[in-house]
Design a protein. Sequence first.
Length: 467
Amino acid sequence: MSTGVAILGAGPAGLGAAFQLARRGLGPVTVLEQGATVGGTAGSFPIEGMRADFGSHRLHPACDARILADLKELLGDDLLLRPRHGRIRLQRRWIHFPLRPLDLALHLPGSFAAGVAADTLVKPWRRAEPGPATFASVLEAGLGPTICREFYFPYARKIWGLAPEDLSPIQARRRVSAGSPGKLMRKILAALSGVGRFYYPRQGFGQISTRLQAAARDGGASFLDHARVVRIERQGERVGRVFYERGGELESVAAGQVWSTLPVTLLLGCLDPAPPEAVLAAAAATRFRAMILIYLVLDQAQFSEYDAHYFPEAGIPITRVSEPKNYSAAATPADLTVLCAELPCDTESDAWRMSDSQLGELVRQSLAAAELPVRSNIRNVLTRRLPHAYPLYRAGYEKHWETVDHWLGRLDNLLTFGRQGLFAHDNTHHALSMAYSAVDCLDGELRFDRRRWHDCRRVFESHVVED
C-alpha cells in the first residue's frame, strides 16, 4: 500500500492537514490513528446520554479568519457562539472569569487589591532578580509579587509539578497572556466590550474533529483507526515505509511525505535505525506533564450556572472543574449532569495509580473544601488518563529540545507539528494554524518548502495560550 502523504495521529493538527490536503487534491492521503475515534484530546465521547470532552475546550475567536470560516461552513448552525461564564477561587472568594471591573470591585479581597495596587505603583523602580531569567522572575517583574504569589505561582506548582523558579521563562511568555498590569487591564476592558465569548459545537468539542474527518474523507483521504505506529524506516536523511499494528496484524504504508503529530519522544522511538545517542538522550530530557480527567455523573439537572471553576489554592489538588452542559446549553438529559475535574500529575505518582472510585472521592472532597459540596447522588465515576497532556518547560529544556528539533529537521520528508510534535503550548486554533501552514508549504509535486516552513515556525513561537 502506498500514499503520497501519511499523517500520524488524528488530533486537530492531523485532521486539519488531512482536510486541507484532500481539498487541494494533494495526495493521496492516509491518516493513522491509534484510538478508535478521531480528535485526540480535542475529541468528545458519550457519558449516559451526554457529550463530554477531554477537559475544558473552547474554540477562541482569536482563531485565524480562514480557519474559522471553514469551521463555520463545516458545522453550520451547530457552531454556537457562547458567553464565557467561569470563576476563580481566590483567598476563599469567587472572582468572575473573564475578569469584570464591577465584580473585581465587589469581590476582590481587600488585601489582594491593595497589594496589586502597591505593586503597580512601584513597578517602574522594581529591579529584576540577579541570575538567569525564570518563569518566576519574568512574571514577578511584569505583574508584581502579589498576583504571582497568590495566584500564578500556586497554580503553576499544581499544573506542572515544579517550583516557579524551576520553570523556563518561555513558560511565562507562552502561557500567560496578561504579563503586565497594562495587559491585564486591557483584558478586563475587552470583557466589557463583549470579547468574553467562545465558539462551541452543539454536540461537544469533538464535533470539530468529526466534521473535519468527514470533509477530508469526502475529498478522498483514508483513515485507519486502531493503527498504532511501531516502526518508521529511515534511509539516511529520508524516511520510508511506516509500520503499524492493527487488529493484531503488522501492516505498513509507504509515503513520499510523513507528517507526524505524535509526541516527539514517541516518534523518535519509532525510527529505525534509531537516532544518535545524543539525540535520544536529549529526547529523554524532553518531558510531558500528565493529567487525569475525573468525571462525576450527578443525579441533578445542573451543578452550577458556571461553565468552569478554577482552583489555584495549593490545598485543593484539582485545578479546574467544568460542566459540559453549560458549554453547549444542552437541556437533555433533564435529570443528569456531568462534571469534569482536572488533576495534573506524573505517571509515576500515587495519583496515577488511584482507582476511579478513589479519584471520585478526591474530587468530592476537593469541591467540599472549596465550599461547592456535591449534594446529589453520584451515579457514576469514570476517568481518562492523558500521559502527554502538557509539554513541560523545565528551566534549561531549550537545549534538549533544540537538539531533537535540529536533528529531525534534517530528515527532508518527515514533518513534525502540533502540540506534541512541536512541544508547544497551544490551543486547538493554534494546532489548526500549524496544519494549514504545513499544507501551504507543499506544492503539487509534493515538494515541501522548508524555508517557508521555517518562517511559519517563527510565527508559531509567538502563539500565547488563550485560557
